[in-house]
Ligand binder design. Sequence first.
Ligand SMILES: [Zn+2]
Length: 240
Amino acid sequence: MQKYFDAHCHLQNTSRVADVMARAADAGVCGAICNGTTPADWADVLGIARNVPGVYSAIGVHPWYVQNTVSDWATRMREILTDCPDIMVGEIGLDKYRPAPELQENIFIDCLDMAAEFSRPAFIHCVGAWNRVLQILKSRRNRLPRAMVAHAFAGSVDIMRTLADGYDFYFSYSPMIMDGRRGRLIDTVRQTPMSRILIESDDADPTKVISVARRVAEIKSVDLDEVADTIYKNTTEILK
Ligand SMILES: [Zn+2]
C-alpha cells in the first residue's frame, strides 16, 4: 500500500483526532502536520502532537486572525519554540483579501524571523501577495527558515520558479487542484519539480490527500507509486 503524508491540516478542528488519524492510517496516510492559527489553539495543537502518533505540529498566527491575537503572542511563541524542539512555525503569511495588511505584515515578519532563529520550517499562507512575500524574503536572505512550505499553493509558474530557484521552498498542493477549471494552477503543478511537491488536506481529514496525490500523478503523467514515494520522502526531509 502507498504511504501518504498530509503536509498541512487542522486537526484541532475535530474532537476525535485519535479516530481520525487511525482511519487515515488504515487508508495509508501515516503522517500529518497540524498547523495552529492563533495562540488560542496552540495548546490543542501541542497536545495533539504529544498524544497522537504520526502527528507533527506547528504554531503561528494566521493572517486572518492577526486582529484578535493577544498582545504577548510573540513571547508565548518564543517560550514554546524554546521548550519544544520539534514544534515548527505555521500557519503564517499574508492575505490580500483580509483586513489589517500592516499588522499582517508585522506579525508575518516576526514569525518568519523566529522560524529562522530557531531553525524551524515555516508553513506559509499567501493569497494575492506573493510579490510582497518575495520582497520580504529578499530582504532577509541570510536569515530565513531552513525550509519553507507554500501551503495550498496556487501561484503562477513564474512565482513557483522564483521560489524554487532562489529559496528552500516546497509547494503543498491542496484539493483545489481537483478543480478542472483551474487551468493556470494545473500548469503550475505540471511544472513544479517532483522533489519540491507536497500534498495537503487543509482540513481535519487527512485522508483527503490521497485523491490529491492521484491528481498530481495524473497531471504529471507519473506512476502513483512513484508520486506517493517521492512526496512522502519530501515531507520527511522537512521534518528532519
Ligand atoms: Zn490552513
